[in-house]
Ligand binder design. Structure first.
Ligand SMILES: C[S@@+](CC[C@H](N)C(=O)[O-])C[C@H]1O[C@@H](n2cnc3c(N)ncnc32)[C@H](O)[C@@H]1O
Length: 384
């Protein structure tokens, strides 16, 4: 946990899940710059009147600091949502001081102050600005914030194209603000997302099937080469196996398992609302008729009973908000061991250099390499 002192007050903030060994803070210079600007009578908007919406708050720092304005938070990340709830509570604020919406929920009808933490994915920003634009009116104050390295000409062009004329501030502490004036003459345009692509012909049972991708999810435009390698080496689940596609993204791994074993039940789970929505649509369009599945938004295997699963398929994430971390992968492996029944298996694909086998051996006591090429390995660990 770290302390943020800004004109709105002093706040104790942490990421979720909180890890005392994690040196990463729950806010950065971009959050602090925006909050200082909002409170500065010389430069900031005059008061924050009306409906305040915060898009893309990373760990709830903005929502917590602005709780007095009863903001609506819109996020794609269930971890960000849980961090926000924990941060509100940590600072003695009721959960209902903020209304928490996911990226897939219908946005509010009217927004008077729109604060945008520029996301890592330009596609996600594009989709969300399209969804929010109808709620913006000529008097809406629109301010974006991000680290200098996260704001590109293409970012500004998006604001310009979807909301209205856009300019940036000077950089302060390697962060920059974006000011955008809504242009009522801009014609409303639908989001070009979700997008679909067909899988190649050489990826086993799911070859040629269509996958659906909401904006910002992992490899939304094309199949990842690691996933492609994994698809070629996936196990065929037994008849009525309970299979989990852990960190499902667009659901391509679980789809392949459902086609190979139509009697299996597949649980698709991801911390991203957009990913789980994508997996559900992929399954609806491309799984065999009568195939059985459920869809969970959450952290790792949260919500699954211990000892209830036969097979877990996992292509773990190794980036968290631009910081590289193997912590999530390790938590996923530990969670998989708990969820698996005795004899159940975890299959993982990873870049060779990530050395997942070391962690699997420590957590499961065993690990074999099922397949490998110069870049990737497919590993199997059995719960004994
Ligand atoms: C490398 S992608 C794999 C996506 C898909 N399975 C594939 O192979 O194309 C990793 C996925 O893990 C998800 N993820 C990250 N952290 C997570 C967490 N704590 N719990 C569940 N899913 C998580 C990401 O949203 C992302 O969709």
């Amino acid at each position: 946990m770290n302390r943020l002192t800004i004109p709105q007050g002093t706040f104790d903030l942490a990421r979720f899940p909180e890890d005392p060994r994690d040196p990463l803070r729950a806010w950065d210079a971009a959050d602090a710059y925006l909050l200082r600007h909002l409170a500065d009578p010389g430069t900031g908007p005059v008061g924050l009147a009306g409906a305040v919406a915060v898009l893309g708050d990373r760990w709830g720092a903005l929502t917590t600091a602005l709780a007095g304005h009863r903001p609506v938070q819109i996020t794609d990340s269930s971890l960000a949502r849980r961090a926000t709830l924990a941060n509100l509570a940590r600072n003695g604020l009721d959960a209902d001081t903020a209304r928490l919406l996911s990226s897939r929920d219908t946005p509010p009808d009217r927004i008077d102050v729109l604060l945008v933490r520029v996301p890592k994915s330009l596609a996600f920003l594009e989709d969300q600005l399209h969804r929010i634009a109808p709620a913006v009116h000529p008097g809406t104050v629109v301010i974006g914030t991000g680290m200098v390295k996260e704001i590109h000409t293409s970012t500004l062009k998006l604001f310009e194209r979807i909301i209205g004329p856009t300019r940036t501030s000077l950089a302060v502490g390697k962060a920059r603000l974006i000011f955008c004036a809504p242009d009522p003459a801009l014609p409303p345009a639908p989001s070009p997302w979700p997008r679909r692509y067909a899988l190649p012909a050489d990826v086993g049972p799911a070859s040629g099937r269509t996958v659906v991708n909401h904006a910002g999810i992992f490899c939304a435009d094309r199949l990842d080469i690691g996933t492609r390698f994994f698809l070629k080496h996936l196990p065929v689940p037994e008849g009525s196996a309970r299979v989990v596609d852990l960190g499902c993204g667009n659901g391509v791994l679980g789809l392949s398992a459902a086609i190979a074993a139509p009697g299996a039940h597949i649980t698709f789970t991801d911390e991203s609302y957009g990913a789980v929505a994508s997996a559900e649509e992929t399954f609806g369009e491309s799984a065999p008729k009568g195939a059985s599945a459920d869809f969970l938004v959450g952290d790792g295997l949260d919500g699954l009973a211990p000892g209830s699963v036969d097979l877990v398929l996992n292509n773990p994430p190794f980036h968290s908000h631009l910081a590289t971390t193997g912590a999530t992968a390790r938590r996923m492996f530990t969670g998989a061991r708990t969820s698996l029944r005795q004899g159940g298996e975890l299959w993982v694909v990873g870049n060779r250099h990530l050395s997942y086998h070391t962690h699997l051996r420590r957590i499961f006591g065993n690990c074999v390499t099922v397949a490998g090429d110069p870049k990737f390995v497919v590993l199997r660990a059995v719960k004994r």
